[in-house]
Design a protein around this ligand. Structure first.
Ligand code: PLP
Length: 432
């Protein structure tokens, strides 16, 4: 399968090149040249297939033969080695728990898949790749864990000192091997600016292969479409019209859901659930797309002022505003509403939601009010214990800490402090 740059249809790339480079030379996001719908019978019988079979059927067209069939099957098997349970709260609303992976964030699937693809392309170890990633919390842990021990790949994670939760910090600073954590004296935007500057620095990129591991990379983005297929498989016999409410920041996850729909998955509608960072919900109201500086909220993984994947959604809906509006709704909620929702979900359903999932629930409620006959699935994108400092005081309750998290808490943190781009560059030069 070839990919083209969303800035220029004539800028073509192989899968391998797109995974290694991340972005096209013209800075456009890569997008598949064709999308082949899966057969109606496949979806009709989907409950008879294992998750691994579904994944192979859905993903092979994007990846084989650059990665051979059997290797892709093995990568899928290793990536999906945990559950994706649906919890029905009532007959209008369910939650899809995406936090059963090693770092308890939905980003585990994309990070593990991408790491294995890069590992395959680098198996002879001739061209080392350096993955450079800025994190506001969850990405760092998932990427560190997913890439741990992958040959020929060095991973450098920049995180803002004192601005990620204690657990998140441990998840990205305790692994060692090919993972290095750089603790930046600054905020998330400073980390991101340094990473962007490194990608544009000829002195660095002439001599080393730098790539990013956020959802602009197709190998991290595409496998997320599987969540929607797995949920459909579970709910299909019970409910006719299934709608997904997706807590969204960079819009990678929801955009993958729309890709599943393009492959033929019968999804009725999508809802983008946003915090105060509401560029997309404003756009749907006014038809004016106005990126803004991000504002800090309780659901910090969604504090994004200019969602990079929105352009991929536009592409799939042919840049047609009416089509977009017919398929996608967006709602935005304050921190106060988020806390109230966490309490409602707990009191009404005895279910503990994290702040991101709680926004998914709120958006689902808004949509159901207008469309009472649908079944709405909101995605739980992280385990609540990753946001202890918000969840415990809001619910007035101590949480049980899962094993995945207990095991990192006591490990010693190892990080390198940096405070400027020059520090970063100095550090990177040793990998050339
Ligand atoms: C990354 C993240 C999101 C946002 O996902 P996007 O694909 O960037 O829209 C939502 N919730 C949590 C917990 C996350 O880590």
């Amino acid at each position: 399968m070839n990919y083209f740059s969303l800035n220029n249809k004539n800028e073509i790339s192989s899968f391998k090149n797109a995974v290694i480079k991340g972005l096209a030379p013209d800075k456009g996001l890569y997008f598949p040249k064709q999308i082949r719908r899966l057969s109606k019978t496949f979806f009709k019988h989907i409950e008879q297939y294992s998750n691994e079979t579904i994944a192979f059927e859905a993903l092979q067209q994007f990846i084989v033969p650059e990665i051979p069939e059997n290797t892709l099957k093995q990568i899928i098997k290793e990536t999906l080695s945990f559950d994706f349970p649906i919890i029905e709260l009532n007959d209008q609303i369910s939650t899809l728990e995406l936090f059963h992976g090693p770092t308890m964030a939905f980003k585990d699937v994309g990070a593990r898949f991408m790491a294995r693809c890069l590992g395959y392309f680098n198996q002879d170890n001739t061209n080392e790749v350096t993955v450079l990633v800025a994190t506001s919390g969850d990405t760092g842990g998932a990427v560190a864990n997913g890439f741990l021990g992958v040959k020929g790949v060095n991973v450098i994670i920049l995180y803002p000192s004192g601005k990620v939760s204690a657990i998140q910090e441990k998840q990205l600073t305790t692994l060692g091997q090919n993972i290095t954590a750089l603790e930046v004296d600054g905020v998330f935007d400073d980390c991101q600016d340094m990473v962007k500057r490194a990608f544009l620095d000829d002195e660095l990129t002439r001599n080393m292969q730098l790539t990013s591991a956020n959802s602009i990379n197709i190998a991290r983005w595409l496998p997320q479409l599987l969540y929607f297929m797995f949920a459909y498989k579970t709910l299909k016999s019970k409910y006719q019209d299934i709608v997904f409410s997706v807590p969204s920041g960079n819009f990678g996850n929801i955009c993958a859901g729309i890709m599943a729909q393009q492959l033929g998955l019968p999804i009725k509608h999508f809802i983008a659930a946003n915090n105060a960072n509401n560029v997309v919900s404003e756009y749907l109201k006014t038809q004016e797309y106005q990126p803004k500086a991000s504002v800090q909220t309780l659901s910090n993984a969604m504090d994004v002022g200019n969602p990079s994947n929105f352009i991929r959604i536009q592409e799939m809906y042919h840049h047609d505003f009416k089509t977009l509006q017919n398929n996608l709704s967006a709602y935005s909620f304050s921190d106060a509403a988020t806390k109230t929702a966490m309490n409602t979900i707990y009191n009404k359903y005895n279910y503990i939601a994290d702040p991101h999932g709680a926004i998914g629930y709120l958006a689902a409620q808004c949509y159901i009010k207008e469309h009472p006959n649908v079944h709405c699935v909101f995605l739980e994108t992280a385990h609540p214990s990753k946001f202890l400092d918000v969840v415990e005081p809001t619910l007035g309750k101590k949480l049980q800490i899962p094993n995945q998290i207990k095991t990192v808490i006591d490990k010693p943190k190892v990080s390198i402090k940096i405070s400027s781009y020059e520090d970063l560059k100095h550090f990177l030069i040793q990998f050339r």
